[in-house]
Design a protein around this ligand. Sequence first.
Ligand code: SF4
Length: 492
Amino acid sequence: MIFNKTDYLQYLHCPESLWLLKHHPDEFPSGERSLFAEKLIQEGYQVEEYAKALFAGGIEIPSNATPEMTQEMIASGGIVYFQPSFITKQGVFARIDILERLADGTFCIYEVKSTNSIKTDSQHAQIKDVAFQAFVLHENGLKVSHVKIIHLNREFVKSGSIDPNELLQVVDVTNEVQHSQTETSQEIKLALTYLQQKEPPTECSCKLSTRSNHCDAFELLNPIFGPHPIYQINRISAKKINELLEMGITELEDIPSSFDLNTKQQLQVASKQQEKPTYQKSYIEKTLSELEYPLNFIDYETYPSAVPKVDGLSPHEHLTFQVSIHSLDENGALTHHEYLLENMELPKELLKFMEQTIGANGTFIAWHASFEIGRNRDMSKHFPEHTSFLTYMNEHMFDLEKLFFDHYVDYRFLGKTSIKNVLPILVPELSYGVLEIQDGTMALDTWGRWVLAKDASFEEREKIKQNLLAYCKLDTLAMVRIFEVLQQLPED
Ligand code: SF4
């Protein structure tokens, strides 16, 4: 069995899930690789190309080269190698992004990351990642004296062609890797022993953790839970989960009213026990009645890119490429405005369009408004001539989602407040299901390919354009319909 870096990092996160993946890959419900994950992988390749440009004369090792071929190529000379692979006698495998032979015969490992800094959280564990590689090289008899991580420079601003020396930062992490070397080699040995177990894990430790820790295998490994388990309680702590499980309680509806939960959590439980939403009608009505008309329901679609594609942008900065606004006046008349950039460029025309058609008027309403507020700040930086308009928008921004934090709770939202959870319950006749583009990730991926691939036929391009417009339009129409439901709530 081959044990690679991804396996190691997964083992650190959860040994049980790795065991399942290795022994029963067909049963592991890992889901399809998301478009976003695919985009991240492609961006990683782009960053790697820039990193290679830092090493003139590097030797490219073919992607299908075996570790034996790598050894032969290294033995035959050269200084820098791209993508050399190594394997230990126990089957521990590593492919190194860039390996440099130093003057004293020792080696330096370079790991290329498309992040803006070194990340050591459990999801990224970048020091563990390079420590694993150093372990494999050491087992192959190579002396690693330096380990470096190459990541994007967050201060970089694209201006014309990209100089890799400005785009990237090289950080020496040799000390950090040396400190974790003993631990890493022990963890690898423990992982190999664990994977040799014949019996599958029957339960997993996540039973005692909050939902954010669960992987796709949770339901498979814990079939005792029903459709509304205690994990759905909004922001419930692991301590409370443990207390409930000790009491033998696994489902929302079985939680006694004496159990210590905050107000929102209690409302969620009550909602399930009564099989209906709970809300504060007078608060919601008062809040909505105080909003100044026209009400401009607004949504942006954006395109973040690891390596900036447009002058003026920095790594990972969002490029706002689309806006949809439904404007509702005091008499109930609804008007729709939309703008879609057709080129990879800063949104100068989009901003002009917004200021001319909507202007600094009334209230702007968004769902999870901090995102729109952040994009307005970005655009203000690029186009100071629109700062007054953008500042007005931000100062008159109302976040519709916030009403669902505490004032309107329905167990059928599954403890979440995203518009994708709320809309099907409040306005079931309005659905994203009929659209070609189903979510923001699909929208940005589609737009990126649409503006970069100019060879598509006019009909194809027009169809994609209509799909993009339809998706963003539904996002703001959904807010209007939810708003209308909130305005006419029956007595609770
Ligand atoms: S649910 Fe948690 S403990 Fe269980 S397999 Fe997944 S990550 Fe591991």
